[in-house]
Design a protein around this ligand. Structure first.
Ligand code: MIC
Ligand code: SF4
Length: 653
């Protein structure tokens, strides 16, 4: 039997481990990316590792999230990021150059290589035939220091595409269909590989829309083959030299196969408040809409914006609807400005924002109270838009533009003949906002403003864990619930004491004070706990507040890895019904946990002292992860491995 393309790339990068689904593998990382909201911590961690220069083939630091400068914090952080990049051999993409995933696809992604990024949408580069994985900042820091990336070998699912998209149906509808079929937890422990003759009908930016939003499936990553379309795209970016074919063998084996006939797809939309709450646009048509937002790393390519401009040409945005557009990159913005498409958008009444994440992460443009917002983004979790009571829908740029014109959710097929956008033979290439690292790193001084606070480090695992269940939550809790983002909180990303005051803010604003008063404790939850972003702050800030273990029915991959990296024990109920046997405020003991982990025991006993019940939980840690837990997190583990000593500190909380 032949090999699929996922296994081929992984095999070429395998450092250790066995490529059997579920077993831990270590892979060599060729490229890394960071963005500013996760990057400040990642570079502090990299610095703490003591490596004089990054050991990857390429590392890039982007500034695209925290760009609203309402105080000194973000601007100070940008300066820190620029100077530290220069010193340690990292390319720096200045604010204004664009959203990390869009720019990486345009300027750096390379077929057949591996990319690790401190952002969950790093798989965008899978559209160009890379294995591109999102991870916590600490894992990315370790990769920059030359360490391999450890993960469990995923199952490989083939999504076989046949046919071709009908007029007004787009790549976004393909991934919404996959989300409808597999749900937000359907991809956990899997890599989604696209194949079939439908692949050749999709351009690289369209493929990137699909791999980008694969993150919402919870999968490790998604990947397309590298073919003639990939070569065409790279040529248009002036980078044909990095092209190489990457394809599955004809008789390749897969763990699962899903078939999608592109001919059968219709315009789709994800309804509030989950990316998998997918409906046909025609079934929700007519709903009044207050705001339409076009952009984000999912849908802000040249083709997306040209399509929107063509739809808006000669028309007006509905008087009751606000339309905001954020182009994905300087390249896209400059091209649509030069060819006049930007004028069509402005003339129709669109508000043009800078080339950043912007409204996608609640950096401005929060909708009105109970407002309805249709966005071309990838996440519509409650509160993420900045307005807790808003109703956010996710759609293609075609649906969004039609909706902005009519002021209500609109099927774009109503617009008549489909607009056609030609793929340019060459994109406008101007990398002046990408600053190469200094040739004299010893002369670069790293700037640290007052917003950069030292990194808190956990204590080694104590003999037993004792404490209160500080919070009990349900299924599909997102990292936006655990550690909210938005314009108010994001500037605190390099200041853990300050950001920890916002942990679980949307669910229970008393959490931080209760956690501190109780001297820390536990969190209990349902399925898919920690889905969404890669932000390690969702582990780091609870750790700072004294959270010792999280006990749930199941975890999302990146968040579970972040918990381990910061020494919080991730446990799952052996019997999911035991979720009912644990309540908020119960006092709980996990006796002799250190000995249990040390003796490689896999089942852990939890004693709920409130009802006297004994609950069995599983940790599913690999040998390496057990050692990380015993050390009190990855930084301590690295210190111990390199002959250092780990000192216990007083709990902060
Ligand atoms: C997001 O889309 O939630 C973010 C903001 O890009 C995060 C990273 C972060 O929280 O900094 C992600 O997706 O990983
Ligand atoms: Fe930025 Fe939104 Fe993409 Fe996250 S999902 S990287 S916030 S555009």
């Amino acid at each position: 039997m032949g090999q699929n393309l996922t296994r081929k790339i992984l095999q070429e990068h395998l450092v250790s481990g066995e490529m059997t689904p579920g077993k831990e593998i270590a892979i060599r990382i060729d490229q890394t990316l960071t963005q500013d909201a996760t990057g400040t911590m990642a570079y502090l961690q990299f610095e703490a590792m003591g490596t004089p220069k990054v050991r990857t083939k390429l590392s890039v630091s982007y500034v695209d999230h925290n760009t609203l400068q309402t105080g000194f914090e973000n601007a100070d952080d940008h300066r820190f990021l620029q100077t530290i990049a220069s010193k340690y051999g990292v390319y720096f993409s200045r604010p204004g150059n664009g959203i990390c995933h869009q720019v990486h696809l345009e300027r750096f992604a390379a077929p057949g290589e591996t990319l690790l990024g401190s952002d969950s949408h790093t798989p965008t580069a899978g559209g160009l035939g890379m294995i591109a994985i999102g991870a916590g900042g600490l894992d990315v820091a370790a990769a920059m220091a030359g360490q391999p990336f450890y993960t469990r070998m995923p199952k490989v699912v083939l999504v076989k595409l046949t046919g071709s998209l009908q007029p007004w149906v787009s790549a976004k509808d393909v991934i919404l269909e996959v989300l409808r079929l597999l749900t937000v937890k359907g991809g956990v422990g899997k890599i989604i590989e696209y194949g079939g003759e439908g692949v050749a009908t999709l351009s690289v930016p369209e493929r990137a829309t699909i791999t980008n939003m694969g993150a919402e499936l919870g999968c490790t990553t998604s990947v397309f083959p590298s073919d003639d379309k990939t070569r065409e795209y790279l040529k248009a970016e002036g980078r044909e030299d990095v092209w190489k074919p990457v394809a599955a063998d004809k008789d390749a084996e897969y763990d699962e196969i899903v078939e999608i006939n592109l001919n059968d797809l219709e315009p789709l939309i994800a309804q509030p408040h989950s990316p998998d709450a997918v409906a046909k646009v025609k079934d929700v048509e007519g709903k009044k809409v207050d705001q339409v937002a076009i952009g984000s790393c999912t849908n802000s390519s040249y083709k997306d914006l040209m399509t929107v401009a063509a739809i808006l040409r000669g028309r007006s945005v509905h008087p009751d609807t606000s339309l905001v557009i954020s182009p994905g990159s300087k390249q896209v913005l400059e091209m649509v400005a030069r060819n006049g498409a930007l004028v069509d958008m402005i003339a129709a009444g669109a508000r043009i924002l800078e080339s950043t994440c912007g409204p996608c992460i609640g950096m401005g443009q929060a909708p009105r109270s109970e407002g309805v917002s249709v966005r071309t983004f990838n996440r519509n979790f409650p509160g993420r838009s900045g307005t807790a009571s808003a109703f956010v829908y996710l759609s293609s740029p075609e649906v969004a533009a039609a909706t902005a014109i009519f002021g209500e959710i609109t099927d774009p097929r109503k617009l008549g003949e489909q607009v056609k956008v030609e793929t340019p033979e060459s994109f406008l290439i101007d990398d002046k906002l990408i600053i190469p690292p200094s040739p004299e790193p010893e002369n670069v001084e790293v700037y640290r403003g007052p917003n950069i606070k030292p990194l808190p480090v956990n204590n080694p695992l104590p003999a037993s864990l004792r404490g209160r269940v500080l919070l009990k939550v349900g299924d599909n809790i997102t990292t936006d619930h655990i550690m909210p983002a938005g314009a108010k909180v994001l500037p605190l990303r390099s200041n853990i004491p300050a950001i920890s005051e916002h942990v679980f803010e949307g669910i229970d604003p008393t959490f931080p004070s209760r956690a501190k008063a109780a001297g820390g404790g536990f969190v209990a939850g349902g399925e898919n706990y920690g889905q969404g972003s890669s932000r390690e702050h969702a582990a780091l800030a609870p750790m700072y507040l004294g959270v010792k273990a999280v006990i749930v029915k199941s975890f999302a991959r990146i968040h579970r890895e972040n918990l381990i990296n910061f020494g919080i024990l991730p446990l799952t109920f052996v019997n999911p019904a035991d979720y009912e046997n644990i309540s908020q405020d119960d006092d709980v003991d996990i006796p002799d946990i250190k000995a249990a982990l040390g003796s490689r025991q896999t089942i852990i006993k939890i004693l709920d002292k409130a009802n006297g019940k004994e609950i069995e939980a599983r940790h599913d840690l690999t040998e390496r992860q057990i050692d990380i837990m015993l050390a009190g997190g990855m930084l301590n583990y690295i210190k111990l491995k390199t002959g250092g000593k780990v000192e216990s500190r007083e709990p902060v909380a």
